[in-house]
Design a protein around this ligand. Structure first.
Ligand code: SF4
Length: 216
């Protein structure tokens, strides 16, 4: 590691430690993990093999291979991104996520003060983060950090939603220009905006922070 890299690492560590302290004050469990392998190891040790698991619509979960890992070790996993499912099975998986033992997800944007900002189309992901599952675990890449709620909403629409619309081949303005045009089209994925500013009352909530850039 050269002198330039070591300063960059120091800066990320310092930012993440401050954010982690803010999250703990807001009632969340918080852990900082530096690699995809340590994240997977933490998930493996935290979630029992007989627990049911809901997977939120999250590129982070798929990028880190956590979806494949949990299915392969025998957990019952409710995954609506499984393309073999019919549309009825897809909706059924979303409903089952709401009462799973563990719900895994990422967060669209997190402020430096520890507020969690998400924008959803169907709402199963944001609903499951608030009430239903016994324990929510969110993996949050460094790229999700913003300075304010306004910036978090901007990030979610202009980066996360725009990339997701492109990924899904949707005919939205953002999928063409890369920027949100505040559409109200039938295919819009931006219908529900949530801000969680204190751990929901009846839900264990663990946030894994990482210096890695993960997901959209
Ligand atoms: S509101 Fe419409 S244009 Fe804006 S990010 Fe969402 S889907 Fe794209």
């Amino acid at each position: 590691m050269n002198e330039f890299e070591s300063v960059s690492i120091w800066h990320k560590e310092t930012v993440l430690e401050a954010l982690s302290a803010k999250l703990i004050k807001r009632g969340f469990n918080s852990v900082i993990l530096n690699t995809a392998d340590t994240i997977k190891d933490f998930i493996s040790k935290t979630i029992p093999v007989d627990a049911t698991i809901g997977l939120g619509g999250s590129v982070t979960l798929r990028e880190t291979g956590i979806d494949v890992f949990l299915k392969s070790r025998g957990n019952t996993v409710f995954d609506h991104w499984d393309s073999s499912k019919s549309s009825g099975e897809n909706i059924d998986a979303r409903r089952k996520q709401l009462t799973s033992d563990y719900f895994l997800t990422s967060i669209n944007a997190i402020t430096l003060d520890g507020e969690l900002v998400n924008i959803d189309g169907a709402g199963n992901r944001v609903a499951a983060m608030i009430f239903g599952p016994k324990h929510v675990i969110a993996i949050v890449g460094y790229n999700k950090i913003t300075r304010s709620i306004d910036e978090a909403i901007w990030r979610t629409k202009n980066i996360a939603s725009a990339k997701n619309c492109k990924r899904l081949g949707l005919s939205t303005p953002c999928a063409k220009t890369g920027f949100c045009m505040d559409c109200k089209l039938p295919v819009s994925v931006c219908r529900i905006t949530t801000i969680i500013d204190y751990k929901p009352m009846h839900t264990e909530f663990t946030i894994i922070l990482t210096p890695l850039d993960l997901g959209y």
